[in-house]
Design a protein around this ligand. Structure first.
Ligand SMILES: N[C@@H](CCC(=O)N[C@@H](CS)C(=O)NCC(=O)O)C(=O)O
Length: 233
């Protein structure tokens, strides 16, 4: 059946963010599972939707202009697209929107890439590289400090729960994988637990579990698919 949204998904932090947004918006969607360990992200069909060959991506089958389906790649672009379409989770005032965008971009340019590199050096690198682990775990700790400070006396990153919270939650979900302890960041812990308690987050976790296969025991074949060119050190 053609639901409103097709979500091209794999159970990873960037996938979880968009899944959470769809659950929060309570709109009908289909999951098109992209097995990134098997290389589905490089298929010709997916390449037309996501030319960067990364998940997540969406196809909106019922865009507001009532014309052909619209495809969107890059998780933040997807979050903004969905929030604008449904006029939820993105403040429309100039100040609220700017603040939301700042924290969304901060996640995309800082927290996500740094935590991703920490995951790589801790869990996936074919050889142990102490410098890489220390560098990215320390940078994650610095970024967690920034987030913790922002959340002092605040329930959410901007006034109301927004796509910026959803984006950060997708990565903080994996805090143990980038060696961060939420007991060191009490404001993040409170914020994180309040998002976790939301029915949409619980559904997201339940759905994510069905699709999660990425383990810390990464085979050479998986490394070759995911890290072509850098798997032979
Ligand atoms: N900036 C992109 C990053 C997307 C990304 O790196 N996705 C990962 C999973 S979280 C992926 O598809 N990896 C497959 C690969 O590396 O081949 C976004 O936020 O959408």
């Amino acid at each position: 059946m053609n639901n409103e949204i097709d979500l091209y998904y794999s159970a990873t932090p960037n996938g979880h963010k968009v899944l959470l947004a769809l659950e929060e918006l309570a709109i009908p969607y289909n999951i098109r599972f992209i097995d990134i360990e098997k290389g589905d992200q490089f298929s010709a069909e997916f390449d037309r939707i996501s030319p960067n060959n990364r998940i997540p991506a969406i196809v909106d089958n019922t865009p507001l202009d009532h014309s052909n389906p619209i495809s969107v790649f890059e998780s933040a672009a997807i979050l903004v697209y969905l929030a604008e379409k449904h006029q939820k989770f993105l403040d429309t005032s100039i100040r609220g929107r700017t603040e939301t965008m700042q924290w969304l971009f901060w996640q995309m340019a800082g927290l996500g890439p740094m935590a991703g590199q920490a995951h790589h050096f801790i869990h996936y690198a074919p050889v142990y590289i102490d410098y890489g682990i220390k560098r990215y775990v320390a940078e994650c700790a610095r970024l967690y400090g920034v987030l913790n400070k922002r959340l002092t006396n605040r329930e959410y990153l901007v006034e109301d729960y927004s796509i910026a919270d959803m984006a950060c939650w997708g990565w903080v979900m994996r805090h143990h994988r980038h060696n961060q302890n939420l007991d060191d960041f009490p404001n993040i812990k409170r914020w994180y637990n309040s998002i976790e308690a939301r029915p949409a987050a619980q559904n997201t976790r339940k759905i994510a579990r069905k699709y999660s296969g990425v383990s810390s025991d990464v085979s050479d074949e998986t490394r070759e698919v995911l890290f072509k060119g850098s798997s032979q050190i």
